[in-house]
Ligand binder design. Structure first.
Ligand SMILES: Nc1ncnc2c1ncn2[C@@H]1O[C@H](COP(=O)(O)OP(=O)(O)OP(=O)(O)O)[C@@H](O)[C@H]1O
Length: 231
């Protein structure tokens, strides 16, 4: 499959502290790509660099045939990149309905609201509930639903099952597997099995560098994998 997102020798960090070192990554137009690595390895930083919350210090970000590394986050979102951050991904005081309305106003696509309701019917039963009172799993569903309202062609998910009850993890995983048949997904995930179900390709990040990459099934059997994931 052709390259859809292409990171070339990407360096990024905070202030003077460099976190990502020469990251190369390619993502096809459909399917899942997992980003694995221990705490603090740089996975969230990588997501922020792709969506433009953090400027690249050096290197390039190409998306859908265009150089986007100098573009602002809003422009990258408009170009088709959806982002579900690890934290603070919904407005706690606003109802589920209003959280979704913010998304649909931004993107002016009402049919997309119906589509995300079909994706997560549980949200439809809680439209008037403040998002801050949802369970961890429901909040994650809402965050994914909001990102989907922009009709992204590439969805970045930073630990979509963190703190979520096992039964709901399964529901979210099923939806992500379905989604990955249509669009590209990059998933940062601590649950290895889940990541491997959603993603055919995986990248293992260690101290800001890509330490291993390849087909998920192959990486799963690689004895080096556990050394990079061990705390
Ligand atoms: N806003 C920030 N300012 C300064 N340093 C930061 C900031 N955010 C993250 N870092 C540092 O960057 C490094 C990588 O953090 P990052 O959040 O990307 O790791 P991660 O792999 O996503 O970890 P986790 O699995 O714990 O979420 C860490 O050393 C972290 O302390």
């Amino acid at each position: 499959m052709p390259e859809f997102l292409n990171l070339k020798h990407l360096d990024a960090g905070y202030g003077r502290s460099q976190v990502l070192f020469g990251v190369n990554m390619t993502v096809p137009p459909r399917g899942g790509v997992a980003v694995l690595g221990r705490n603090g390895a740089g996975k969230s930083t990588l997501m922020k660099a792709i969506v433009g919350e953090l400027p690249a210090w050096r290197g390039g970000v190409q998306f859908n045939g265009q150089d986007i590394d100098r573009r602002r986050t809003e422009e990258r979102v408009r170009a088709g990149i959806g982002y579900v951050p690890q934290e603070h991904s919904v407005f706690g005081r606003l109802s589920v309905r209003d959280n979704l309305a913010v998304g649909s106003l931004l993107h002016r696509d009402r049919s997309a609201v119906d589509r995300v309701m079909m994706m997560f019917p549980k949200l439809g039963q809680r439209l008037d509930q403040p998002a801050g009172t949802l369970s961890g799993g429901e909040r994650k569903m809402l965050a994914i639903a909001r990102a989907m309202l922009g009709n992204p062609k590439l969805l970045l998910l930073d630990e979509p099952t963190e703190g979520v009850w096992i039964g709901v993890i399964e529901e979210i995983t099923e939806r992500l597997i379905e989604l990955a048949r249509e669009i590209a997904i990059i998933i940062v995930e601590q649950h290895l099995d889940l990541a491997m179900r959603v993603a055919e390709q995986a990248y293992v990040v260690d101290r800001g560098r890509v330490a291993l990459s390849g087909p998920s099934q192959q990486l799963r059997d690689d004895p080096r994998l556990l050394t990079y994931l061990a705390p």
